[in-house]
Write a protein that binds this ligand. Structure first.
Ligand code: B12
Length: 306
């Protein structure tokens, strides 16, 4: 238990910063700029944060991770009456996943654990979510919103790359673990090749797609990030795929000339351009477009299971 009430001495700046996973200087800045600090701080005395103050800071942090600007996040946190604020969990946040119910709760747990750089809790939330909600919901409602918020924060403040790497590593582990053959039985179906195009390091969405397809009985051959054209062509020749999925997140990596380097195999395969990178690119008519995880799973499954 944290032995603080609104009137008791409370937590020091350092302890509060540790609990929230931010630098002590950040807390002082929030207090100075946005007026969100210890409620009974007397000039000349050390700052002490009560549980009420902590809950308010936690609300601010959650808003920040959803991409809300700091001033608005602070205003929001200060405007919510005390009883409506969620209690701050004890310890290092590792219990958050156990308390979460459904995807929204898990997303909050993930955001909190990620901000605290608690990789054990981050990996637990994602793994539990995959087990409880499935790959598609975990990607779209738990991991993607947090990565989006982390990306926005990076664009605004050039901070948070460590959070991005930590979440990515756990998501790669959780989705990657699903690529094996759980029942050990031979699967005779033709595979689907999936890769991020040359120059594209953002492979996580296509890994999520690979894992989701696996759950739908499709055999994915996930070939990772930044796959050279020659390697893609060699893989297509060797594996007789039913479909090839080329992922691009950024427009600069979406080069339609890649499609022309795909070999003509005896057993024909369907080709799909997946991801927003291809949005402004003119594609051959026979190349399918995949613009969301759900649609991609449905389209590829029906193309393969004909
Ligand atoms: C994780 C991440 C990384 C990781 C990737 C790890 C991995 N294994 O994937 C690493 C650290 C490698 C990385 C590196 C870089 N990154 Co980065 N990264 C991200 C981050 C946070 C998430 C990427 C992601 O998975 N996006 C997918 C989801 C989260 O995005 P979304 O918009 O919600 O999804 C939409 C579509 O993608 C689609 N969709 C979503 N899921 C799926 C699934 C399927 C199957 C389909 C079909 C569609 C689909 O639907 C959604 C709605 O339209 C983004 C931020 C962001 N918002 O994307 C930055 C971001 C993409 N990165 C960015 C940058 C600049 C870089 C670097 C250049 C940074 C650097 N200086 O080194 C490098 C190099 C990138 C390169 N050459 O490819 C910028 C790109 C800006 C731009 N437009 O040019 C972003 C947008 C951050 C930012 N806000 O500025 N990055």
């Amino acid at each position: 238990m944290v032995a603080t009430t609104a009137h008791a001495p409370g937590l020091t700046v350092a302890a509060t910063a540790r609990r929230l996973g931010v630098a002590p200087a950040t807390l002082r800045t929030w207090d100075r700029r946005y007026g969100i600090g210890p409620s009974d701080h007397a000039p000349g005395r050390h700052r002490r944060y009560s549980t009420t103050d902590l809950a308010r800071l936690e609300l601010m942090q959650r808003a920040l991770v959803r991409g809300v600007a700091p001033a608005d996040a602070a205003r929001y946190a200060l405007s919510v009456p005390a009883p409506e604020r969620a209690p701050v969990p004890e310890g290092n946040g590792a219990q958050a996943p156990a308390r979460s119910r459904g995807a929204a709760g898990r997303a909050r747990g993930l955001a909190r654990a990620a901000l605290a750089l608690d990789s054990v809790a981050v990996c637990d939330v994602i793994t539990e979510s995959v087990r409880g909600e499935g790959v598609e919901t975990t990607w779209d409602e738990v991991v993607r919103p947090v990565l989006g918020a982390v990306g926005t924060r990076w664009a605004d403040t050039a901070t948070g790359v460590e959070v991005e790497h930590l979440v990515t590593a756990c998501a790669v582990a959780a989705f990657g673990a699903l690529l094996g053959r759980p029942d050990g039985a031979a699967n005779p179906a033709r595979p689907v090749l999936l890769a991020a195009v040359p120059g594209e390091q953002h492979a996580l969405p296509v890994l999520a797609l690979s894992a989701a397809l696996r759950a739908h009985g499709v055999v994915p051959r996930y070939l990772g990030a930044d796959l050279p054209a020659a390697a893609l062509a060699a893989a297509a020749r060797r594996t007789a795929p039913a479909a090839v999925v080329l992922w691009s997140l950024l427009p600069e990596t979406a080069d339609p000339r890649l499609l022309a380097t795909l070999p003509r195999t005896r057993l024909r395969f369907r080709t799909f351009a997946a991801g927003p990178g291809w949005d402004a690119t003119a594609l051959p008519e026979r190349t399918g477009r995949l613009t969301s995880l759900g649609a991609a799973v449905a389209t590829i499954s029906s193309a393969v299971h004909v």
